[in-house]
Design a protein around this ligand. Structure first.
Ligand code: ATP
Ligand code: NAG
Length: 315
């Protein structure tokens, strides 16, 4: 497909789209068993799409580079992007796989059992990336995760780097033997505690341990490291600082933390695009405030704040 647009985007996300099919039931079914649940809903998810939508809701021009199925869920997801002002020219539809889906059962104790079928997400490859190179080249920030083929993520980050586009890499879901090349193409390497633990091989369950893990990850060659710590906010380490900074999050009463990490990264992408000279610690402090708001409401994308929900001082 030929790219018609000459538009420049602030934030380009190369990543995943997933439809969440959520059933709430008194308990999780056993093998071979059929049980009755009390509520069902469909939600929009996928780390790539979530992050893109949070950035768009804060008011930057965003585009999503992803693949969905030529099916009802794919059509529906494209409409969801449009409803959130995300540009959809580079959302490809394939008849070779279904739109990524997560079947989620939640019991009354809040525990869940999840089956994820990445489907069309895994078919996004280098041909599509070549087609969208003009859009990547003109972007301010490119964001990638690991819910698509990791080679595709790597190639997108590399393409951004070669064109002096700032990169945010979120190694989620983490893989223990992440190729060392990923660090070198990341301006900001942003992960949560369990991902930092898996990548470094050392426990990361408090601020002190996160400082150590950030040092270890920075040595692998990225420009900066952010490790998010849930209610504790995050630690930030840049190549020019000798020690990591703990940036606390506001105290909130959590309603649903699903997607908090994606809200944080979407907000971070917004700040890197809109205020490139702002210190990373300041961006992280503001992203903490955006993500903390998302924790106070139910759902994933449904909990992500819009610009109008946020105080002016965050912009
Ligand atoms: N209970 C909380 N109170 C305040 N802020 C929170 C809370 N939980 C999360 N946050 C905010 O969200 C950010 C990301 O949270 P977290 O480190 O839990 O990411 P995550 O594990 O990737 O999230 P999830 O997997 O739940 O989507 C934190 O850095 C913080 O800013
Ligand atoms: C970190 O993110 C992963 C998803 O990539 C999630 O499964 C895990 O529970 C998160 N860890 C913490 C400590 O929140």
């Amino acid at each position: 497909m030929k790219i018609m647009t000459e538009e420049a985007f602030d934030v380009v996300v190369v990543g995943s789209c997933m439809t969440d099919l959520v059933s709430q039931a008194p308990r999780l079914p056993k093998a071979g068993e059929t049980i009755h649940g009390h509520r069902f809903f469909i939600g929009f998810g996928g780390k790539g799409a979530n992050q893109c939508i949070q950035a768009a809701r804060m008011g930057v021009k965003t585009t999503m580079i992803c693949k969905v199925g030529k099916d009802f869920f794919g059509d529906n997801y494209i409409q969801n992007f449009k409803d959130n002002d995300v540009h959809t020219e580079f959302v490809r539809q394939t008849s070779e796989a279904a739109t990524g889906a997560a079947s989620i059962t939640v019991n009354d104790a809040g525990e869940n059992a999840i089956v994820i079928v990445a489907g069309a997400n895994m078919l996004l490859g280098k041909d599509e990336l070549q087609e969208v190179l003009p859009a990547i080249r003109r972007a301010k920030v490119l964001v990638c995760q690991l819910e698509i083929n990791s080679q595709t993520s790597f190639q997108a980050l590399q393409m951004a780097r070669e064109n002096k586009v700032k990169t945010i890499f979120n190694p989620a879901p983490a893989i223990p033997d992440l190729d060392s090349g990923f660090y070198k193409v990341s301006d900001v390497f942003c992960c949560n505690e369990s991902e930092a633990e898996l990548l470094t091989g050392s426990p990361v369950s408090n601020v002190d341990e996160a400082h150590g893990a950030a040092q270890e990850l920075l040595q692998r060659g990225c420009g900066a490291v952010i490790i998010t710590l849930g209610p504790q906010g995050c630690v930030v380490l840049t190549a020019k600082a000798s020690t990591a900074t703990h940036v606390p999050a506001p105290v909130v009463t959590p309603v649903d933390t699903t997607g908090a990490g994606d809200s944080f990264i979407g907000a971070l992408a917004f700040y890197m695009a809109r205020h490139p000279a702002m210190p990373l610690e300041e961006m992280a402090g503001r992203a903490n405030r955006v993500a903390a708001l998302s924790v106070g409401a139910a759902g994933t994308q449904t909990s992500f704040p819009f610009r109008r929900d946020l105080p002016d001082e965050l912009f």
